[in-house]
Write a protein that binds this ligand. Structure first.
Ligand code: AMP
Length: 400
């Protein structure tokens, strides 16, 4: 990775300002009328870094954003419920500061004993955060002696709390989670054991052009599902009925198919319906889709073809659902891919899954512990798969 990591730092007696990614889903509980954490994956993923700091006698000052509060305080995006939850996981009395910057929180941090942990309120309560404002970054930097970035999920953004702030420290290091994410993805891209397969789905080709272009140089097969398949199929002259299509991307799709020389595989059969909201009109069709119907999931023949490719692979990377998996009638293709990923892992393949929907799908199937790596980043993973650098990583101190 070429950057400092936690292992390179002497943490004893130090105050570590740690950028974590606690952008987790919250839900208002009817019972308590308080917001509660719905999915704790990202909170648990930060525990190794927090524990390394506190066990070495350092203090951990945690910074994160949550949701999109439009640059001002908004109770539905407060990190207070996350502080309660984290306190339970750590088994210590974690402090929460309703102030993110300023003299009060600076004093609290200075006077905390070694081994303490404090979580600061949402960095996006300040419009300066997403503008990477240098003054805001300088204020944040007053809260630590060293900086640790453990937020892979925001590593593709250049914001004040992960990029601007790092410039103020002579020691800015990657935490365990960031190091692990980059290690897993880096190995899969730089030295994969072939055959290597990428499974890509989701709504739009436009979001994945960079990824497909880069992966064509690396992998043996790219299996396409989701709505983006229909832009490719239309390019090939196959009737797709009323399926979602990006007309302005037909040229890009053609270019990728030309470059791919058979590496890109497309669905041959589909679960279609007249309307998303009328799943009881659904049926499976092979080849073309008639007018009045839209493709909403991959069909069984495609499931079998893709499963075979995944089972034959030694490295497999997945991002994006195969259909409208939020609706049970159109979830079977995505669920089958989750099964295939788990099965090929059991057989010895390295499997990596990222992106909110694919991760949600593998969790729904309760198979998330049966794959090699579930990434905490969607956009960051896609940017890495595009072969582009991540600003949150670039800002850290180079390893001497
Ligand atoms: P993305 O954010 O690009 O990963 O896309 C995820 C969204 O794509 C999910 O909400 C899916 O419901 C949607 N999606 C997947 N396949 C289709 C399809 N065939 N038609 C319409 N939407 C789809």
């Amino acid at each position: 990775m070429g950057k400092l990591t936690l292992k390179d730092l002497d943490l004893q007696g130090k105050c570590a300002l740690v950028r974590v990614d606690f952008n987790v889903p919250l839900q208002l509980s009817e019972k308590t009328n308080c917001y509660e954490v719905v999915d704790d994956t990202r909170i648990r993923a930060a525990l190794p870094t927090i524990r390394t700091i506190t066990e070495a006698g350092g203090k951990a000052v945690l910074l994160s954003h949550l949701g999109r509060p439009k640059g001002q305080p908004d109770p539905q995006y407060s990190l207070a419920p996350v502080a309660d939850y984290l306190s339970g996981l750590l088994g210590t009395n974690l402090r929460f500061s309703s102030e993110t910057i300023g003299s009060v929180v600076q004093k609290t941090v200075r006077t905390m004993p070694g081994g303490s942990v404090i979580l600061l309120e949402n960095t996006r309560y300040f419009p300066e955060e997403t503008k990477n404002d240098p003054d805001f970054a300088a204020e944040l930097a007053k809260l630590g002696d060293i900086f640790v970035n453990d937020a892979f999920g925001t590593a593709h953004r250049a914001h004040a709390s992960n990029v601007g702030v790092a410039n103020h420290f002579s020691l800015a290091a990657a935490g365990h989670l960031l190091e692990n994410e980059l290690g897993q993805l880096g190995n899969a891209l730089q030295s994969p054991t072939p055959p290597t397969v990428a499974l890509l789905g989701g709504a739009k080709v436009s979001d994945k052009i960079g990824v497909i272009t880069n992966l064509l140089e690396i992998v043996d097969h790219i299996l396409i599902g989701g709505a983006m398949a229909y832009t490719f199929l239309k390019t090939k002259g196959i009737p797709i009925g009323n399926s979602l299509v990006e007309e302005d991307r037909l040229g890009d799709a053609q270019e990728m198919l030309d470059k791919a020389q058979g590496k890109i595989l497309l669905p041959g059969d589909h679960i279609v319906s007249t309307d998303l909201n009328v799943p009881n009109t659904s049926k499976t069709v092979s080849g073309s889709i008639e007018n009045g119907f839209m493709g909403l999931d991959i069909g069984q023949e495609t499931v079998e073809m893709y499963t075979q490719k995944i089972m034959d692979a030694n490295t497999c990377i997945w991002n994006g659902p195969m259909g409208v998996f939020e609706i049970p009638e159109f979830a079977s293709g995505t669920r089958a891919m989750a099964q295939a990923m788990a099965s090929t892992t059991r057989k010895g393949a390295v499997t990596i899954i990222g992106g909110g929907d694919s991760v949600a799908a593998i969790k729904q199937s309760n198979l998330h512990t049966e794959v090699t790596h579930v990434s905490t980043g969607g956009g960051a993973m896609l940017q890495f798969l595009e072969g582009k650098s991540l600003p949150g990583l670039d800002a850290l101190t180079d390893h001497p």
